[in-house]
Design a protein around this ligand. Sequence first.
Ligand SMILES: Cc1cc2nc3c(=O)[nH]c(=O)nc-3n(C[C@H](O)[C@H](O)[C@H](O)COP(=O)(O)O)c2cc1C
Length: 194
Amino acid sequence: MKKAAPSYETPEVREFAEVLRGRRTIELFLQTLVPKALLDEAIEVATWAPNHHVTEPWHFYVLGDKSKERCLDLCRDLVTAKKGEAAGDFKRQSWSQKPGWLVVSCQRSEDAARQKEDYASCCAAIQNLTLYLWKAGVGSKWTTGDITRDARFYEIVGIDEAQAFVVGVIWYGYPKLTPTQSRKGLDEVRTETL
Ligand SMILES: Cc1cc2nc3c(=O)[nH]c(=O)nc-3n(C[C@H](O)[C@H](O)[C@H](O)COP(=O)(O)O)c2cc1C
């Protein structure tokens, strides 16, 4: 006799789904500091993401105040070059309100298929990290703006561009405002084949 599948209609499963649905990209943060131990825990759980051949292709850089200041200056310079000084100053000011800065890199591979899979794993790791933080009340924003492709950024963070590339900057902190979002319905994204 076949065994019945275990029930999935439990409070724990529903709560987990709420974390997945409820996590939002946060733009505005409170200035309350996130405990270092919580961030460390989030990084540790991030590394349990699936990764083909167990390559563990990620690295996490927690930026200190000096590095953050240098990133802010670089951001200002990049925006000033594109849009002028006032826009550069404005952007620097707005980025200075991001309380925590985490940079995630992925190791480079000469094999294109492996590179794709390693990048996928780094993205899965970031999702682990942001969901864990969210459950602990901490919001985040994943950004892949111009700064993440600038050689000076690699130098500030200490990433050897020949060995690794930046998957994103993850700003983190307690949310000041949580926006709403919507997604397509199941019928639009799911196809059942014969
Ligand atoms: C790989 C990646 C890069 C992203 N880069 C940016 C970015 O540069 N600027 C930005 O405003 N949002 C960025 N986001 C956040 C998305 O805009 C955000 O996930 C989307 O608006 C959906 O919002 P939600 O995360 O609250 O569901 C990025 C997200 C991912 C996954």
